[in-house]
Design a protein around this ligand. Sequence first.
Ligand SMILES: [Zn+2]
Length: 232
Amino acid sequence: MKKYQDIRDAAFEANMQLPVLNLVLFTFGNVSAADHSLQVFAIKPSGVAYSELSPEKMVVVDFDGNTVDGELRPSSDTKTHAVLYKNWPEINGIAHTHSMYATSWAQSLRDIPIYGTTHADHLTVDIPCAPPMDDGSINGDYEYETGFQIIDCLTEKQLDYREIEMILVGSHAPFTWGKTAAKAVYNSAVLETIAKMALLTEQINFESQKIKESLIRKHFERKHGPDSYYGQ
Ligand SMILES: [Zn+2]
């Protein structure tokens, strides 16, 4: 259907970036692109190799996770995406990968400490790790509950989804989002780099300290503040 072409194209192009950026193995990972005016999003089909994807193979789903257009079965993580779009009206893209370094931090159940300016250029706090969900949720509607696991973690830490566009889901892997599907993928790549740097930082010096607050402010504001001049 013509009205879904833009989100099909955006989801396809963003999904194809995951293997290019070395963020996925086999069919792991998925990206979606939403249209809030139509209350739908396009997402990667389940179990299809990246080399076989096309815009037409993207599955269009509503914000309750029901397929509205498309031949294939949507990604198994579709309900998580649906919950986030339904609750967060200002995002139009979500990416989920099992990228090596970010996933290793998620498995360690640790927030990624803000050690340097690469991190501070993108966010001013530790990258949050949501605690693993309780057994009731795991045995219930698992993918749906994962959406609330993400939302609840940000709420508890008093973080705003419009500023913090990435999270580690404990014992699982990262989710990232943004104003577009392309931005969500960009955030996945940034997160992977920050995760790798943080690991190496702790390996080189296990007593490494977090970056100073003044440097955090300086770096974040030169990129995001009203007088931003960052453009490296
Ligand atoms: Zn996953």
